[in-house]
Write a protein that binds this ligand. Structure first.
Ligand SMILES: NC(=O)c1ccc[n+]([C@@H]2O[C@H](COP(=O)([O-])OP(=O)(O)OC[C@H]3O[C@@H](n4cnc5c(N)ncnc54)[C@H](OP(=O)(O)O)[C@@H]3O)[C@@H](O)[C@H]2O)c1
Length: 296
């Protein structure tokens, strides 16, 4: 039996995520990449070259008809693009088209103006910071699906073909679900920057600091996944060393209050964690008193 003909896919917003998924689906023959529309035709042409398929178009109105539409602009533009796209979608088909976005924060309902199209959101838990690298590392990522059941099933199959796991969510779950991913992923990057600022304050250059951090940060991440946060936590808070914490807080306050504010907030979270895994109440209270003391 010949393989089934892949559904056609238009991509509106072929940036970091859009062009990576476009290229992966094209390679896997999961979708036939049809039209590509970015803010500028030049950018759409560059995405077309990266994907290796599709036709760069100057505007939404120039895009060809398609079975599926991915809106992968920044979150703030998704509703606006859906509002423009709705009247352009055919209403006379026996099978309505499917429109989806990949935002972790927004529900499928952000695409309500595309009705009667089937709508869904499909959020890959993956950082597309470097698309060429994501082509190699995307397999194994989890994708959270939410929206119309038919659309979610189509997308589940398309992501499974890329070697992904999928998870089905309801719309109200999405905000906290996405917050969890932001805290662990985006804030880890913000923490690295704060850490490098502290090293810089100690006169240690960024290259040296990154070299010395890499093995311990990677080991800490591995410990968290293998043992869970409770057993992975080490350092002055896990030991109850409140005097060390006070000296560090004073030094960070003198260097930059933003560093001290973050040390304080995460220190209190670490005390809460350590209390669940062996820190005594007396040790916790001493640490909390130091961490709650306002900066001088
Ligand atoms: N990046 C990630 O790691 C990641 C992970 C999970 C989910 N997501 C989600 O994926 C979506 C895209 O994120 P991204 O990081 O790939 O964004 P991005 O790299 O900034 O790309 C956005 C693309 O949208 C295009 N665009 C913006 N406004 C447009 C409009 N009105 N019409 C047509 N095209 C328009 C831009 O065109 P120009 O190139 O011409 O400016 C750009 O190509 C977001 O919903 C985000 O939440 C991203």
């Amino acid at each position: 039996m010949p393989p089934p003909i892949p559904l056609s896919l238009n991509i509106v917003g072929a940036g970091r995520l859009g062009k990576t998924l476009g290229r992966l689906w094209h390679r896997r023959h999961s979708f036939e990449i049809s039209g590509i529309c970015n803010q500028t035709l030049q950018s759409a042409r560059a995405a077309q070259t990266f994907i290796g398929a599709g036709e760069a178009c100057a505007s939404l109105a120039d895009l060809p008809a398609a079975d599926c539409w991915l809106i992968a602009t920044a979150d703030d533009q998704i509703e606006d693009v859906a509002r423009q796209l709705g009247p352009l979608l055919p209403t006379d088909r026996t099978t309505p088209p499917m429109v989806f976005h990949c935002s972790g924060a927004l529900p499928a309902a952000a695409l309500a103006d595309c009705a009667p199209a089937q709508i869904a959101s499909a959020h890959p838990v993956h950082s597309f910071a470097e698309p060429a690298q994501s082509l190699e590392t995307f397999t194994g990522s989890t994708v959270a699906l939410e929206g119309d059941s038919g659309a979610c099933e189509q997308l589940r199959q398309a992501f499974v073909q890329l070697g992904c796991k999928t998870l089905t969510l309801t719309a109200p779950q999405k905000v906290l679900y996405h917050s969890g991913s932001v805290i662990a992923c985006n804030y880890l990057t913000a923490l690295m920057d704060l850490s490098l600022q502290a090293f810089s304050g100690a006169g240690i250059d960024e290259k040296t600091a990154r070299e010395l951090l890499e093995p311990i940060v990677l080991q800490t991440a591995r410990n968290n996944f293998a043992l869970g946060p409770g057993r992975a936590l080490t350092g002055p808070i896990a030991r109850g060393d409140s005097e060390t914490v006070r000296k560090q807080l004073d030094a960070l306050t003198a260097l930059r209050p933003l560093l001290a504010d973050n040390y304080r907030a995460l220190g209190l979270a670490a005390v809460d964690l350590a209390q669940r895994t062996g820190l005594t109440n007396a040790q916790a209270q001493r640490l909390q008193a130091v961490l709650n003391q306002p900066s001088k």
